[in-house]
Design a protein around this ligand. Sequence first.
Ligand SMILES: Cc1cc2nc3c(=O)[nH]c(=O)nc-3n(C[C@H](O)[C@H](O)[C@H](O)COP(=O)(O)O)c2cc1C
Length: 333
Amino acid sequence: MSKNRICELLNIRYPIIQAPMNWVSGPALVAAVSGAGGLGTLGPNAGSSDITHDVELTGERIRERIQTIRKLTKFPFAVNIVVGFGEDTKYSEKVVQVIIEERVPVAVVSVGSPRVYTERLKNAGIKVLHAVSTAEHAGKAQEAGVDAVVCEGYEAGGHKGLTELTTFALTPMVADAVDIPVITGGGIADARGVIAAIALGADGVYMGSRFMATRQAESHESVKEAIVKSRDACTVSIPKGKMLARDLKNSFTEEYLKLYESGAPLETIIDFLDRNSAYHAQHLGKAGESEICCGQGAGLINDIPDAGDLLAAIVKDISAGFAELEKRLKVFL
Ligand SMILES: Cc1cc2nc3c(=O)[nH]c(=O)nc-3n(C[C@H](O)[C@H](O)[C@H](O)COP(=O)(O)O)c2cc1C
């Protein structure tokens, strides 16, 4: 069996990382992906049935989910740490404490500086993957000592920086900027995307939305069905302060953009977001009128398979895809 830098680093068979997803990637999905040879990542709130603002409870819920994952799989897995800013770091502080106590093998750190937790995590023997959306930030993450960078292109579902660099442009820039392994994501939904990512210089791939439409994802059935029905230009990037979020187009994105562009006061916008948050779509099933973070690859998703079978099918399709690629490239050789 051949290995690459990501497989060696994370002790996994295939360099396919299931990206963390708020309310979506819970223990069943994580265990299915890790069990199939990839790396599953526990996302915030996944597995919960209500919203909590209690720091202790946030930590204990993560602990319980980590213990559940361990009952379901013996393979390595990751937990997401959303660093956050200001007051909000009290949650990530707690999550860091719990994952160190629980000896989680890998942390996927996002939305914040790599200087905040990298040293503590590494001293505890935890491998650190840090999410960035520019080559400059990839360089800073490397300087801070992370084990690998995850670059997220503009196509990606969910929240990221204000940059609009696409996976196609960003991946080789990041690969040139750092010596540590590079994982790339944003718009990857099948074997063709994996082959392209590796060709662009990545050592591994990061896939969120594709795994949202699987049997083990915690997403409400109405969300999974909305993704399967989506075609073509079915997502939109919406501004949220210092971030951009990519969502499936629905009445939420339409009304949000109207409100935002009308110059509505911040409190009105925050209230609208709270009333129509991912919890309302992913947990309560209000798929038409609440926020569904989703990447541009949604138009490539046509089914709701078992997550382990999906990973195996992608791996299988890579051989055929590679043979086809060789044929097509012959014209240059
Ligand atoms: C529903 C959903 C929720 C997400 N929640 C988080 C999150 O809580 N933390 C995080 O770091 N990234 C989050 N992301 C971003 C993903 O980790 C990843 O960057 C993205 O899914 C990759 O692009 P793709 O969806 O095109 O595969 C989320 C993405 C989606 C689709």
